[in-house]
Design a protein around this ligand. Structure first.
Ligand code: 5GP
Length: 119
């Protein structure tokens, strides 16, 4: 899939971002509006998938790659022992705003419970 998104421009370095992780398939960069002391987004570099609901069985490995990239970054940053949260928002009710699949890594402080309607 080749649809253009804001994150495609970050991958191509056409708009600035603080890139903190990169491998063959995954890019990690700091969220522009952090919701925790550490807030990094991990995205697939080579294909644009709008939402988790669009992932095909053939693309399933990419979800694991995003999670492992987040876990590796958390370990390297000394965040793993205290713990962290990973989140993937899917469409309107989750508040998804960028339709280029991404995993949020939130860490660096105790995180409140979340997810109840209206919160
Ligand atoms: P979503 O709400 O779609 O799950 O997450 C999209 C995230 O992208 C938001 O947390 C938002 O702050 C972040 N974001 C939006 N535009 C930019 C940008 O231009 N640069 C960076 N680094 N993050 C962005």
């Amino acid at each position: 899939m080749t649809s253009e998104t804001l994150f495609s421009k970050i991958i191509r370095r056409e708009i600035p971002a603080t890139i903190v992780y990169e491998d063959e398939e995954v890019l990690g960069f700091k969220d522009i509006a952090p919701q925790a002391p550490v807030h990094v987004l991990f995205i697939p570099k080579n294909e644009v998938i709008p939402t988790l609901d669009d992932v095909t069985p053939g693309q399933a490995h990419l979800i694991g790659k995003l999670a492992l990239a987040a876990a590796q970054y958390a370990r390297e940053q000394g965040l793993a022992e205290d713990g962290y949260r990973i989140v993937m928002n899917c469409r309107e009710h989750a508040g998804q705003t960028v339709f280029h699949i991404h995993l949020h890594l939130l860490a660096g402080a105790p995180l409140g419970h979340f997810g109840a309607p209206g919160q």
